[in-house]
Design a protein around this ligand. Sequence first.
Ligand SMILES: [Ca+2]
Length: 107
Amino acid sequence: MKVFKRTFIGSVVGLALAAGASVTSAQAGIVLWEHTNWSGQRWATDYSVSSVGPLAGKVSSLERTAGDRYRLYDQYGYTGHSTDQSRDYQDLRLIGWNDRIRSLKIL
Ligand SMILES: [Ca+2]
């Protein structure tokens, strides 16, 4: 399922490029998970969001669905402390961000 999804998104980006469109954050995506090791409740977004909804303050792992950089915030509305990242995290304790994310931007 994961492999299929990544392939699908790559195809969409490829089609957009073929059509002369520029790639924007609309094709990007982040999947947030309630627990470490990409488990528990899952919540995904293809866009920057001023609130990560039901997982605000609960996110313990995350993965990108495209290769973009992203910026995490520990408060709603892109405020508070922030950190720029560019990889998946199986355990956000590695960077001191366990249960802290409340909003994020796709860069
Ligand atoms: Ca958690």
